[in-house]
Ligand binder design. Structure first.
Ligand SMILES: *Cc1c(COP(=O)(O)O)cnc(C)c1O
Length: 352
């Protein structure tokens, strides 16, 4: 008998959606508010004109991996690049997750870990954070010992809380890990430490990065992981051949000559982040200190969904996390341009 039903794991899912509403101030998906450097955009037509479009691209993306490796002072064999860091996560889970294996997350955290893990057929086990959203090292030990996960995710700084994970927590996780440990550093540039220097051949640690946030290139879809060479070789087996198109490889190499310009913007985002945190706190709103380009907050005066609607009426879209598990009453705002942040803070002033 024919069946047009998807697999059980897929049926159980509603998918991952961030509602896009057409409003003047969009502060809901943690992108950079700034366009990429104009010099890079101008270069793209030239980049496209130099490609051999009738040929398959360099399957191993040698040149791109070399440029990224240089940036982090590692060997190119320690770098794996994909179409956004979500595809990096998916490749890791296709390689080490799957049916009969278990994947651990510490909630609340980035929803795609559990979502992609389930798509691969893995079982997801959940560690809990404290009520203040910090992670107790004993909970890390408990989850590792009880479930011996094949893959464990630690998002640092954590999305959606913005909290920076103490280095000791990653060390404890690595001590007790029986499988792969992924430190997702999508927001590393806004944080005060990175696990990049902990990557080595004798540790099962993978550190992921993306071009979508600091580097202002969410539309390009590029992310990568720095990991031991043995892990990178295993990821290459699972990923589709020629998954990185030639234009993307060349455009990303070109982008990496503009990183200084893009990193200058990080300090502006960080100072705007402080302004947002301080202003929210002065409105009797609970605010979590952020090491990323967004701020999680919990209004006390009115229900979060009402405040979200008031902001939207004022033309400001933020992320409504209030219906998510463990995030009762919470909203998340992405740091925008100074003018966008002022519009947000004015709307908050009127809404609370
Ligand atoms: C945005 C984000 C990503 C995904 O980035 P892409 O490279 O755009 O796929 C990964 N992890 C976290 C925690 C994120 O917030």
């Amino acid at each position: 008998m024919a069946t047009f039903e998807p697999r059980e794991q897929i049926q159980a899912m509603s998918g991952y959606h961030s509602p896009q509403v057409d409003v003047p101030v969009r502060l809901n998906t943690n992108e950079s508010p700034f366009p990429p450097p104009a010099g890079w955009v101008e270069k793209l037509a030239f980049v496209a004109s130099t490609l051999e479009w009738n040929r398959y691209p360099d399957r191993a993306a040698h040149e791109l991996r070399t440029v990224i490796a240089k940036r982090h002072g590692v060997r190119p064999e320690m770098v794996f690049v994909a179409n956004g860091s979500n595809e990096v996560l998916q490749t890791i889970l296709l390689t080490y997750g799957g049916h009969g294996r278990c994947v651990a997350t510490f909630e609340p955290t980035y929803q795609m870990y559990a979502q992609i893990a389930r798509v691969t057929g893995a079982e997801v086990v959940v560690g809990e954070r404290r009520a203040d959203m910090t992670l107790d090292p004993h909970e890390i030990e408990r989850v590792m010992q009880k479930h011996t996960p094949a893959v464990t995710f630690l998002c640092n700084p954590n999305n959606p809380t913005g909290l920076v994970e103490p280095r000791e927590n990653l060390e404890i996780l690595l001590q007790h890990a029986t499988g792969i440990v992924v430190a997702d550093e999508a927001y590393a540039e806004f944080s005060d430490w990175s696990a990049m220097d902990m990557v080595s051949e004798d540790r099962p640690l993978a550190v992921t990065r993306t071009f979508s946030k600091t580097l202002s290139m969410a539309a390009l879809r590029v992310g990568y992981v720095v990991a031991p060479t043995w892990m990178v070789s295993q990821l290459e087996i699972a990923v589709l051949p020629y998954h990185l198109d030639a234009f993307k490889q060349a455009a990303t190499i070109a982008a990496l000559s503009f990183t200084a310009e893009m990193e200058e913007r990080v300090s502006l985002i960080k100072s705007e982040r402080s302004r947002i945190e301080a202003t929210l706190a002065s409105h009797n709103i609970e605010v979590w200190p952020s090491g990323a380009n967004f701020v999680l907050f919990r209004p006390r005066s009115r229900p979060a969904a009402d405040i979200w609607q008031s902001l939207l009426n004022a033309g400001v879209l933020v992320r409504d996390c209030s219906s998510w598990a463990r995030l009762d009453g919470c909203l998340r705002v992405t740091v925008g341009t100074p003018a966008e942040n002022t519009a947000f803070l004015d709307a908050i002033d009127a809404a609370v």
